[in-house]
Unconditional design. Structure first.
Length: 252
């Protein structure tokens, strides 16, 4: 699963890289959405490139909501345990699930990030409890990653999105060894194709199945402050590498 990400590039840098314009004008045009640790459970506003507006950088809330509701009411909506935050959607259910089946065709998107965090269960009990360590995944050459998602526009004309996930490939299964899932990552060269309006279900499946090669990604353990409810983890140094005796040295 993917519940924590990082995005520190300025809006202008993302626009130039992807040859986009801003959807925000006038007084809102100077908005920056920089997150050293974007915790999905806080439903942060992040940048998104959407199928309906492939030439624009849109601000969107992380947490998919039905289009007939207002995004402003998201706290009440996500109180329902059945929504589970709306943060991830299993790509295997994209074409049949009653919530997602109408999104695969018209409302695909990418979310640009520096990287993302996944928990590793060390299988070593500490004080009788599982010891989980966060790992940071990022491009080996410090390039941005583009997470695949689907989105809605809510009744108050705001955007919400969820990140698509798939079964873990070997590196992810070794590190994210509990749920054994990974986000779908669209290679930058395939973004235009992913956002095309005329794709068949088979073409969409192929893009998700043949997404970013995990060999191009690096991963290492970081501070457990990432999981703290009392310590601010939205800080630049949250991605500093940490060593844990409970973690297999080959992962560190």
């Amino acid at each position: 699963m993917c519940y924590s990400t990082r995005q520190t590039r300025k809006k202008e840098a993302l626009q130039q890289r992807l040859q986009l314009e801003s959807a925000l004008k006038d007084q809102a045009s100077d908005l920056e959405l920089v997150h050293y640790h974007a915790n999905g459970w806080n439903h942060p506003i992040m940048w998104m490139v959407a199928q309906e507006h492939p030439n624009m950088l849109l601000p969107a809330m992380w947490g998919l909501m039905p289009s007939h509701l207002e995004q402003a009411a998201h706290k009440d909506y996500f109180k329902n345990p059945r929504t589970f935050g709306g943060l991830n959607a299993q790509s295997e259910k994209l074409f049949g699930h009653f919530i997602y089946k109408h999104s695969w065709e018209r409302r695909r998107c990418v979310i640009p990030v520096d990287g993302f965090f996944e928990p590793h269960n060390t299988q070593v009990k500490v004080k009788g409890k599982d010891f989980k360590v966060p790992f940071y995944f990022h491009h080996g050459e410090s390039e941005p990653l583009f997470l695949a998602g689907i989105y809605t526009q809510t009744a108050d004309e705001r955007w919400t999105f969820t990140i698509l996930t798939k079964a873990a490939t070997p590196k992810f299964a070794q590190i994210h060894n509990d749920k054994k899932r990974r986000p779908v990552i669209i290679p930058e060269k395939n973004i235009g194709h992913w956002l095309r309006p005329d794709l068949t279900p088979e073409a969409v499946r192929q893009l998700m199945d043949r997404d970013e090669d995990e060999a191009r990604l690096n991963a290492y353990p970081v501070s457990k402050d990432l999981y703290s409810r009392t310590v601010d983890s939205n800080r630049p140094d949250i991605i500093e590498k940490k060593e844990y005796r409970e973690v297999d040295p080959s992962f560190q």
